[in-house]
Design a protein around this ligand. Structure first.
Ligand code: PMP
Length: 421
């Protein structure tokens, strides 16, 4: 028949092709990941070649920018939602809504996971001066965005955007209709928490709930790193780590990862990279948290996180408090140093990273120099997000925007990096 002729011709055609020979391939059963959340975590650890070669010390970065939501915050968002489901604060398909205040990364992570789980709506409260692409990404993911007056992440008061998010979650709980419950999931056997007055556990199951994720105070943040980032680093280095360097925004990364590594080997140093204007450096060094810039009476108070975004804080969050007992040292990284490192990494490693990663890597070289470390020592840090995240806005774009830096009086000096190498 014509079909048989077709197959014979095809066989003859393939047989003449050099590559038509089966090769032995090792088969693995763990290669298909479950949806987008399967992509979260297990990030590669990369050697920063330029810095490691120059210093002799191995400088390794955890490539968190490869998470599907683009940052380290995917781990935290996933854990916060998982834990909230476990204790009965969130149930899929009940019309519940997740609220969070964030400068962006955590919001994008929450919105991604909420979509993957089908059934949570998301409201993100963010300052109205953050990069426009973050807002666009949130809208694309189906989240509602409410913009509020911008404040510095290092503000001494509670972050207003966190307060607004908390209030919105409370209001949502009050105003949602409980008449028509949509319950598709059996109630968990252990419901340990309520947010309302006099709620009986069974009420929790049927209500569309407003859940305030509260990354600053939520222990799930710490736990994501204690159970994920820390063990991964230990495995990837075969336990051969001398120091872990991290900035702190909420403090979750340094608290969870640092505590895990210390629990495996208490000689591992846990070190903070603290941007200008943040109070953590003083807290670690002198036990007092104060904004040194204010005390110096400078006018740069509001430029504090103009260059370095996402890390630095002037109040003790729950996650920072967990971290404090294990922090061994801190380095203050200036805006100019963060800019110099950011540019150095693009030029020498082809790595276009966000400013907090640059800050972390600068602290790595300061630590290596201070300790007099040489060959055989290893410092691990976090590459939190990519520079792509920060394109559209002058403030975010600062590391590569000469005009902005000039206006802000921040010198561009590659020597800041090279003289330490
Ligand atoms: N880098 C970036 C870009 C961030 O958004 C954050 C979180 N605010 C951090 C670093 C700091 O991580 P953590 O909140 O765990 O301290």
């Amino acid at each position: 028949t014509s079909l048989a002729l077709f197959f014979r011709a095809r066989r003859q055609r393939l047989a003449t092709h050099d590559h038509f020979k089966p090769r032995p391939i090792e088969l693995r059963s763990d290669e298909v990941l479950s949806g987008v959340t399967g992509l979260i975590g297990n990030t590669p650890l990369i050697r920063i070649n330029s810095l490691s070669d120059a210093l002799g010390v191995e400088i390794l970065g955890k490539a968190e920018f490869l998470n599907p939501g683009g940052s380290v915050k995917d781990r935290v968002a996933l854990r916060m939602i998982d834990d909230a489901e476990t204790v009965g604060l969130l149930h899929p398909h009940t019309g519940s809504r997740i609220f969070e205040g964030t400068v962006g990364s955590t919001g994008i992570s929450i919105a991604t996971i909420a979509r993957a789980r089908l059934g949570y709506d998301v409201t993100i409260i963010m300052p109205d001066d953050v990069a426009e692409e973050k807002v666009k990404a949130l809208h694309a993911l189906g989240a509602d965005v409410e913009r509020v007056r911008p404040t510095s992440i290092v503000d001494k008061k509670q972050n207003p955007y966190q307060n607004v998010a908390r209030q919105r979650a409370i209001d949502f709980g009050k105003h949602s209709s409980f008449d028509k419950p949509h319950v598709l999931q059996a109630p968990p056997s252990t419901i340990v928490s309520t947010t309302g007055d006099g709620e009986k556990p069974e009420d929790l199951i049927y209500k569309p709930r407003g859940f305030f994720a509260d990354q600053f105070e939520n222990r799930s943040n710490h736990d994501a790193h204690y159970d994920g980032t820390g063990p991964e680093i230990w495995r990837q280095t075969s336990g051969s780590v001398n120091a872990f360097v991290s900035g702190a925004g909420t403090g979750g990364t340094v608290a969870g990862t640092g505590m895990f590594l210390k629990s495996m080997n208490e000689d591992i140093l846990v070190v903070i990279s603290d941007p200008e204007g943040s109070g953590l450096y003083n807290k670690v060094k002198y036990g007092v948290m104060f904004d040194y810039k204010e005390s110096e009476g400078t006018k740069r108070r509001h430029q504090v996180d103009t260059v370095v975004e996402g890390i630095g804080i002037n109040r003790l969050t729950d996650n920072i408090s967990l971290a404090l007992p294990i922090i061994d040292d801190a380095f203050r990284i200036t805006d100019a140093e963060a800019v110099a490192m950011s540019r150095y990494l693009v030029q020498n490693d082809g790595l276009f990273l966000g400013s907090s990663s640059a800050c972390n890597l600068f602290a790595c070289i300061k630590l290596a120099r201070k300790m007099g470390w040489q060959k055989g020592q290893t410092i691990v840090t976090i590459l939190c997000d990519s520079g792509n995240r920060h394109y559209s806005k002058v403030r975010d774009f600062a590391c590569v925007n000469d005009e902005y830096l000039k206006k802000a009086g921040i010198p561009v000096n590659p020597g800041l990096v090279t003289e330490l190498l």
